[in-house]
Design a protein around this ligand. Structure first.
Ligand SMILES: Cc1ncc(COP(=O)(O)O)c(C=O)c1O
Length: 417
């Protein structure tokens, strides 16, 4: 294998085959309540009618795939989705729309659509409503954008670790951003408390007891990524109508991974790709839960116990129970990777040393690719994961470069040295 990959080959990772996964498991009614063919179709029909909608590109990294002895690596590039910089654009804004639609329909006993909201027909009602969420950045931006285009107020709570550039990116859409001297999970709890006291509607991408419908809608919005991808696999002649064999997908609270897993499970059954969930080693809630066989907290840093990673979007110590319901049975493998591999992988994708198209990829985006290179460069893990010269890998570029100063530090400064 090329000497270029020695950093990935030397890096430590943990790989856990999911003991509870089986290709022949049926999807089942319980999971249908979270994500079904119908609810995904409903989200797709709505979102594709928005004037800003465009299919995101599926970029083939064919030279990199040859170097790794795989037939194809395709990167679904979400960095330009609705000009918001990440895949989260598909979820939060869709949930804000649903909340306002249902509220007005129930108040006025009528049926409305997104154009009515965009044209401010019910502004007298919506301007009195406030949506709120806790976020590491990208989800908050989506909620803020949804509130702006559909005409309500938004209050976005961010943790102490959220960078100034991420805060400004949310404020751009007219939301009030409140930075808390708290970690992400504590910020979520603070947001819930404030929302109860002030009658805000929470639009959260994570679920908890008695709060499932909105995070489920958000996942239904994300499922458009799978819908577009599968269409492309089945319509582009060079893809020969063969779906991906593996998806390496990064997880924070697990919503994105569960949306893709659920969609492919529903549409491809036993032919669905193997799902490999990738988390930072110090924020590996899903890995820990798969190891325990039940939802459990991430163990965090070996010495301090702190849950923290530079991959800001994946910096969560708790997962979404509805995402876990799908992933606990539908994911095939769980992998943890170290923060130290972030810089080299961002650099690889930004510089494209093998003459593939270069992509703008942020620190959370590259986790899937990092895990792919780490496992594909070891014979034993290739075998465990079933990676072969016939494998077709799907990765998601889940965000562009949202934190310029971190990009400068990890990629540009490194280049100069
Ligand atoms: C860029 C990026 N990638 C991946 C994720 C993980 O998504 P989820 O929290 O739904 O697992 C996030 C979450 O914020 C993110 O911002």
């Amino acid at each position: 294998m090329d000497r270029y990959f020695s950093i990935w080959k030397r890096s430590q990772f943990n790989l856990l085959p999911n003991p509870d996964a089986s290709r022949s498991l049926t999807y089942g009614e319980e999971l249908e309540h979270i994500l079904s063919k119908e609810s995904c179709q409903k989200a797709y029909d709505e979102i594709k009618a928005w004037p800003e909608y465009q299919i995101s590109p599926l970029v083939s990294l064919s030279n990199l795939s040859k170097k790794l002895n795989l037939v194809d690596i395709s990167f679904k590039d979400e960095s330009e989705r609705f000009n918001l910089g990440s895949f989260k654009a598909l979820g939060g804004a869709y949930a804000v729309y649903n909340f306002l639609k249902i509220f007005i329909e129930q108040t006025k006993e009528i049926t409305i659509n997104s154009d009515d909201l965009r044209q401010d027909t019910y502004r007298d009602i919506t301007s009195e409503l406030t949506v709120a969420t806790a976020t590491d950045g990208n989800h908050g931006r989506s909620v803020a954008w949804g509130a702006q285009i559909f005409g309500c107020n938004a209050i976005i709570y961010v943790p102490a670790s959220c960078s100034q550039s991420r805060i400004e990116a949310i404020e751009e859409y007219g939301a009030t951003v409140l930075q808390m001297p708290l970690k992400y999970d504590e910020t979520v709890r603070h947001c819930i408390k404030e929302a109860k006291e002030n009658d805000y509607q929470i639009i959260s991408d994570t679920s908890w007891e008695d709060y499932r419908d909105i995070p489920a809608q958000i996942m239904q919005g994300y499922s458009i990524i799978a819908e577009e991808t599968l269409k492309e696999y089945f319509t582009r002649p060079f893809r020969q109508a063969i779906p991906p064999s593996h998806i390496f997908i990064q997880a924070g609270v697990g919503g994105l991974a569960a949306a893709l897993t659920g969609y492919f499970w529903l549409h491809l059954g036993e032919r669905r790709p193997k799902i490999v969930i990738v988390e930072p080693e110090n924020a590996a809630y899903l890995y820990a839960s798969a190891a325990e066989g039940k939802l459990t907290k991430a163990s965090g840093d070996k010495e301090t116990g702190n849950v923290h990673t530079i991959m800001a979007g994946l910096d969560c110590g708790e997962t979404s129970p509805i995402a876990w319901a799908i992933l606990s049975r539908g994911a095939d493998f769980f992998i943890t990777i170290p923060d130290a591999i972030t810089g080299p992988t961002m650099k690889l994708i930004a510089e494209s040393p093998f003459d593939d198209p270069a992509l703008k990829a942020g620190e959370s985006s590259i986790a899937g690719l990092a895990a792919l290179i780490m496992t594909a460069t070891h014979e034993d893990t290739r075998e465990v994961l079933g990676l072969s010269p016939d494998s077709r890998i799907l990765l998601i570029n889940s965000e562009g470069i949202m934190d310029q100063s971190l990009f400068q530090k990890l990629v540009v400064a490194d280049q100069a040295s």
